[in-house]
Design a protein around this ligand. Sequence first.
Ligand SMILES: C[S@@+](CC[C@H](N)C(=O)[O-])C[C@H]1O[C@@H](n2cnc3c(N)ncnc32)[C@H](O)[C@@H]1O
Length: 215
Amino acid sequence: MEIHITKSGDKTIYIPSLDETYHSRNGAISESNHVFIQHGINRTKGDINILEIGFGTGLNALLAAQESKKQNRKIFYHTLEPIPVPNHLLEQLNYYQTIEGKGLFKKIHEVKWESIEQVTDNFTIHKTEKKLEYVSLGDAQYDVVFFDAFAPKKQPELWDRTIFNKLFKSVRQNGILTTYSAAGKLKRHLKSAGFLLENPPGANGKREMSVAIKK
Ligand SMILES: C[S@@+](CC[C@H](N)C(=O)[O-])C[C@H]1O[C@@H](n2cnc3c(N)ncnc32)[C@H](O)[C@@H]1O
């Protein structure tokens, strides 16, 4: 893993062997805000349970925690990550502008794997150091799924039909799955799992992303 600076000046992680970055090369915070906050959290109301596929740098978790305070809503955040980013790289990321943001980012990362901790009045996190394929998810548990795996071409096994069938079961009625991708295969799998599909414009000028709704 290496540090990569996006065109917006914020940093992300780059995996040379996959030639893949953890976020859009045009901007990490702008992408996370658009895909996961605007088209995830902001499409729901009240207290919610979120499932994240791929904790990575913890950027989505940080933005969700900040949003829970701003909107005064309680968020329970279950995140999965089989390969945690090492501390020496996390320390170089620049996702916060304030001392408060820095403290929150640190607190989120200090939560141990396989434990559940209340990080702020409104934000509780459950960190699971496992692959989605090996985690059993309860039925109708989550209001929002942040599907933030590596790109379909780089990690096809995570964009398989069986994965979206599993996630559909774990989502509550009117719950949503949001992801930056709008690949044709993904659209077909989401629909065949039972989701209604929307494809709004993606982040940073990307033509489309996907929002799947369980009606
Ligand atoms: C695009 S990056 C995620 C970015 C992350 N949400 C962030 O804000 O930094 C994809 C993440 O999925 C993780 N991942 C890889 N295989 C996985 C699997 N089978 N199940 C869950 N997560 C996986 C990777 O290790 C990586 O951290």
